[in-house]
Design a protein around this ligand. Structure first.
Ligand code: WAQ
Ligand code: MG
Length: 253
């Protein structure tokens, strides 16, 4: 069935270094205001971009997948060390080995693109042996073509307001994590932002939903990223990448 929805994506960089990115699915009427919003977000970074690319692509004949958002819980870990211990326990319940979990945390601490650099996309890591599978280790796999379903926006706004989670990052991360949790072969995700002022992060899986932590890193640290753990026994990189990058997904609550 044909539709009038568009994928709109922004990426901003300076000197070849990725600064920020965003992806939305919007109707034709929203293209201009959302493009302006993404442009202003790109320019609100501490560092001025020397390139901002905004891509608009009609999804007219695409078949959409609709997914219910993962349930959200906030872990009450007072110290960063407690939060880190808790993510190890949670990852282990999904089948991620302690070695893989440690390697993932170390990568996000040091910058997974090369020491000190964060990636534009995510690391794909085998859950047992901790091998990296993403074809380009500087860029990573960028999840795209997902958004909240428009009809559900009032419910979604109400949900986030009632939970006291009003930052746009949480809202975008829950949508992304929901798409990722349903990817073929993916068993869990670990994420925290590379924004020095934003220390919250999460672990997510279909098993326990989206568990957020207020303090996964030290304030002021510019390291962060995403790791998608995959089951090496049933993993097809091509199939998973096509789903993550190209399959349009709308999320409802
Ligand atoms: N696909 C794959 N990886 C991505 C994507 C994407 N679409 N967007 C960001 N990343 C990776 C990339 O390596 C970034 O450097 C890193 O994640 C961090 O991106 O509940 O805002 O946009 O409040 O800084 C966690 C929310 C927020 C916690 C994460 O990430 C909460 C966040 P950022
Ligand atoms: Mg982002």
């Amino acid at each position: 069935m044909s539709n009038d929805l568009f994928s709109i994506r922004m990426r901003a960089s300076a000197g070849g270094v990725h600064l920020s990115g965003a992806e939305r699915i919007v109707s034709r009427e929203e293209l201009d205001p959302v493009a302006a919003e993404l442009r202003s977000r790109a320019m609100s970074k501490n560092r001025e971009p020397d390139s901002i690319v905004i891509t608009m692509e009609p999804l007219k004949d695409a078949s959409f997948l609709e997914l219910q958002a993962l349930p959200v819980t906030t872990a009450s870990c007072a110290q960063m060390a407690d939060a880190r211990r808790e993510i190890f326990c949670r990852l282990e319940t999904t089948g991620v080995s302690p070695q893989s979990a440690e390697k993932a945390v170390e990568l996000l601490d040091t910058g997974p693109a090369s020491p000190g650099r964060s990636m534009r996309g995510a690391v794909i890591m085998t859950a047992f042996s901790g091998r990296r599978l993403e074809p380009d280790q500087k860029r990573g796999i960028r999840v795209s073509r997902f958004d909240w379903k428009k009809e559900c926006l009032p419910d979604i706004d109400a949900f986030f307001a009632a939970s006291g989670l009003t930052h746009f990052r949480t809202r975008e991360a829950l949508a992304l994590a929901t798409k990722v949790a349903h990817a073929p072969g993916v068993i869990a995700e670990l994420c925290w932002s590379d924004d020095p002022d934003y220390t919250a992060g999460y672990v997510a899986s279909r098993l326990f939903g989206y568990i957020r932590f207020e303090n996964l890193k030290t304030p002021g640290s510019a390291s962060g990223g995403r790791v998608f753990f995959v089951d090496e026994n049933r993993f097809d990189l091509e199939k998973c990448s096509v789903y993550l990058e190209r399959q349009p997904v709308l999320i409802y609550l």
